[in-house]
Design a protein around this ligand. Structure first.
Ligand code: ZN
Length: 164
């Protein structure tokens, strides 16, 4: 199983995929026109922006943090989240792959508080909210209702050839 590129998804409140975003080897750009359309129909409908990261990388990139800040301003008072899906290890014997889903939430200072010190920058911090581990055997075939599998299948190349 070889990492090829990042793949992202805009997730709804039930963690269902609202929109899939094709990325490249280093990043995913979440399309603002699509986000705008979804957010305009029902504010607060978007739960998170999730994406597959290169193996072992559970932290947010600088671009991820910038996106999270921009979206937090836009979504306010609704919170904005950025999730990473990362392959932590693979067991060559059992063919089990351990993936970690890590969720970050952007906390923007309340408008009311910020107005009291408007000469300073509005406070913003990113907090690691939770993480979950998934052990998946043969991700290309696994039957599981976790949305992450759909993204993993797009981000990895699977070796299916039989070696004689
Ligand atoms: Zn990222």
């Amino acid at each position: 199983m070889i990492f090829i590129k990042e793949t992202g998804a805009i997730l709804g409140q039930s963690r269902q995929i609202l929109h899939v975003v094709e990325g490249n080897a280093g990043m995913v750009v979440f399309p603002t026109d699509v986000i705008y359309k979804i957010h305009k129909i029902t504010s607060g409908q978007i739960f998170a922006f999730s994406h597959v990261h290169p193996d072992g990388m559970t932290i947010l990139s600088h671009e991820d943090e910038t996106t999270l800040f921009a979206q937090s301003l836009w979504f306010y008072p609704y919170p904005c989240r950025m999730i990473t899906i990362t392959l932590m290890r693979s067991d060559p014997f059992t063919k089990e792959h351990a993936f970690r889903e890590t969720c970050y939430v952007g906390l923007l200072e309340a408008k009311e508080t910020w107005l009291l010190h408007k000469d300073q920058k509005r406070k913003f911090e990113i907090i690691r909210e939770w993480d979950r581990d998934f052990i998946i055997e043969e991700p290309q075939k696994a039957m599981n209702d976790w949305y992450g599998l759909i993204l993993i299948r797009k981000s990895y190349e699977f070796e299916n050839k039989r070696v004689n």
